[in-house]
Design a binder for this molecule. Structure first.
Ligand SMILES: Nc1ncnc2c1ncn2[C@@H]1O[C@H](COP(=O)(O)OP(=O)(O)O)[C@@H](O)[C@H]1O
Ligand SMILES: [Mg+2]
Length: 467
């Protein structure tokens, strides 16, 4: 690969501008987004947060690309109106030029972004097109990565803090998985910190497998651009073998977060929803992760959640549907080496949610077997404080039979959002009750006594008049 050339470079990034007018006072605010999708809702976890009481916690979502824009109402309480018509919930509708989307008295319009004109330099005519990524196949760009060997010696010689590899200076080790070792590194050209992931050393057959995994990872992430999926900046080879350059995440993996603290139901649900957004995007792009587990989910210090490690991801329709995952999160079809599809990821995502909520895995698992394979197996999803409808959702997503689970990331996301909306509602009632009580307690006693006195006098007068 050309040094410094990103496998992602060359594509013209689409931009979304949302103009929000409050028709009650005429105020207007304009927001610009570089990443699709843009989630719209009352809470701050949405990209476009509209903190008005008539907006649902997760109200709707706009997906956009260079080709167009679509809006989906996520089953919000008060609904969304597009050009005067109520938008049916959970159905994507096109946002044509001049579309007006009303959420209560808020009017959202979508002005066209300024057109980007590519600079016409002397090299413009010869500029290489972005590498085509053929679904299911290892791209030519990635094949180059496999050529350099990884041996214990070359690894020790190259991968250590202080080492300089091309334009990257390794700063410190961040973590290790079964295949890769990840360093924080300084990109000296762009003067930014990145994550540098290289293959771990091992026996030669192991190393070949790991290199192939790294290629697949690059290929899978290169097809995905999403705020809940770690971004791939670049890929290359050095003396120790292939490497990936990824967006550097600060915070901790979900595994570390769970070890440190027991998460509240609302936070556990929020994290599950963020993961579901990533799955919705990956599945729509034809990618199945197949190794979702808390060590592959990162909870950033900003609160954002990102899915990592697409090392054994498969591209739907590709030739390889078999791969091992991690026993505790593996669906029965993975244990049986059977056909895996988006429902395999739904099973793993539900296993993680169950673990964050209850502190335990839903099925007893050893390295070589899982209770999910027993006939009539039932997941353990009960724990104090876990609402009944969340338990019911987990039971369906953890079914041994894939046909009984939500179909894919989208269906899983919809079910989680609907549950969150239902759980949010009583809280809103409680807020109102607390506010009313707060107000009542601020009314002075003499006013209350006065009002009672006036009422009593009124009753006495009425009695006199009617007598
Ligand atoms: N982009 C990143 N930013 C910060 N830390 C990372 C990043 N990617 C991975 N890590 C850390 O490295 C560990 C191993 O990375 P992972 O991609 O899961 O490797 P493997 O493919 O070997 O499992 C993760 O659990 C995490 O702690
Ligand atoms: Mg991993």
């Amino acid at each position: 690969m050309e040094p410094g050339r990103s496998p992602l470079a060359g594509g013209r990034a689409a931009t979304l501008i949302v103009r929000v007018e409050d028709t009650t006072d005429g105020s207007v605010v304009e927001h610009t987004f570089a990443h699709s999708p843009v989630r719209i809702g009352r809470s701050a976890r949405n990209e476009l947060s509209l903190p008005h009481r008539f907006v649902s916690a997760s109200h709707g979502v706009v997906e956009f690309s260079g080709h167009g824009r679509r809006y989906t109402d996520l089953g919000s309480t008060n609904g969304s109106v597009l050009d005067g018509d109520l938008v049916p919930p959970r159905v994507a509708v096109e946002l044509g030029p001049g579309a007006e989307l009303d959420i209560g008295p808020l009017r959202l319009t979508f002005p066209a972004p300024p057109i980007e004109v590519p600079a016409l330099g002397p090299d413009a005519a010869h500029a290489a097109p972005p590498p085509a990524i053929r679904p299911g196949g290892i791209t030519a760009v990635m094949q180059q990565l496999a050529r350099a060997p990884t041996t214990e010696q070359s690894w020790q010689d190259v991968l250590f803090p202080g080492s300089v590899i091309g334009r990257f200076e390794l700063v410190r080790e961040l973590g290790r998985g079964s295949f890769g070792v990840v360093f924080e590194a300084e990109d000296r050209h762009l003067r930014r910190r990145v994550a540098f992931k290289a293959v771990r050393p091992g026996g030669s057959s192991q190393v070949l497998l790991r290199q192939e995994r790294l290629q697949k990872e690059a290929e899978a992430i290169a097809q995905l651009t999403h705020p809940n999926i770690v971004t791939l900046y670049d890929a290359g080879t050095c003396q120790s073998g292939p490497y990936l350059v990824l967006e550097l995440l600060r915070g901790a993996t979900l595994q570390e977060t769970m070890r440190r603290e027991r998460l509240e139901v609302s936070r556990a649900l929020e994290i599950a929803i963020e993961i579901a957004w990533a799955l919705e995007h990956a599945h729509a792009a034809g990618v199945v992760h197949r190794d979702l587990k808390p060590a592959n989910v990162f909870v950033c210090s900003t609160g954002a959640v990102k899915v990592l490690d697409f090392g054994i991801a498969s591209v739907l329709g590709g030739e390889d549907v078999r791969a091992v995952g991690t026993p505790a999160y593996m669906a029965p079809e993975q244990w049986r080496n059977g056909r895996q599809d988006p429902r395999t990821d739904v099973f793993a995502a539900a296993t993680m949610l169950c673990e964050t909520l209850t502190g335990n895995l839903p099925y007893r698992v050893t390295r070589s077997s899982s209770a999910v394979l027993d006939p009539g197996a039932r997941p353990a999803v009960e724990a104090p404080g876990v609402p009944g409808d969340l338990q019911a959702l987990l039971r369906s997503a953890l079914s041994a039979d894939p046909a009984a689970r939500p179909l894919n990331g989208r269906a899983w996301l919809d079910a989680l959002l609907a549950t969150q909306e239902r759980l949010d509602r009583p809280n809103r009632l409680e807020t109102w009750r607390a506010r009313l009580q707060g107000r009542a307690s601020r009314i002075p006693l003499r006013l209350v006594l006065g009002a009672v006195g006036v009422a009593a006098a009124g009753v006495a007068l009425l009695y006199e008049l009617l007598r």
